[in-house]
Design a protein around this ligand. Structure first.
Ligand code: MG
Length: 159
């Protein structure tokens, strides 16, 4: 078995849709980035790549590549899962935390798990998504951005 962790941060700005875990959430701001800036999916990609020994998301999907401009990050997750599966690994489970002062994530959690499960070719019961505020502390608490952490466990072959 192999473990991997991922961490990501994106700035929140007006005039962008908020996409988290592949789900578009109604909110006054959205995450800024070259792709859709889905901070949860990016942290998950990095956790998977880390566990498989495949460097990081910036190596495979560089933000200097116009091909990835505004791309739906679930597509990056799909490609990442394909790379991991090709190496003979299977995802046993993943656990993630989103750091956001608002909006509330809970109403969208099941939809996120479904969207990510489909991209990862696993059942949603292997995916756990948590969310926390930072108690109004720091830039995340001030609503200037969001962060996400993810831990994954990979096994060899089908599990
Ligand atoms: Mg990112």
């Amino acid at each position: 078995m192999r473990i991997g962790m991922g961490y990501d941060v994106h700035r929140l700005v007006v005039g962008r849709p908020l996409v988290l875990g592949g789900v578009t959430i109604p909110f006054e701001k959205g995450l800024l980035g070259h792709s859709d800036a889905d901070v949860l999916v990016h942290a998950t990609c990095d956790a998977l790549l880390g566990a498989a020994g495949l460097d990081d998301i910036g190596v495979h999907f560089p933000d200097t590549d116009a091909h990835f401009k505004d791309i739906y990050s679930i597509e990056l997750l799909r490609r990442t899962a394909h790379m991991v599966l090709e190496r003979g690994f299977a995802l046993i489970n993943m656990d993630a935390t989103v750091f956001a002062q608002s909006p509330k994530i809970a109403p969208y959690r099941d939809a996120m798990r479904q969207a990510m499960a489909e991209a990862l070719q696993i059942t949603a019961d292997r995916i756990n998504i948590k969310a926390t505020t930072t108690e109004d502390l720091g830039p995340i608490g001030a609503g200037e951005g969001m962060a996400a952490m993810c831990v994954v466990l990979l096994g060899a072959g089908a599990v």
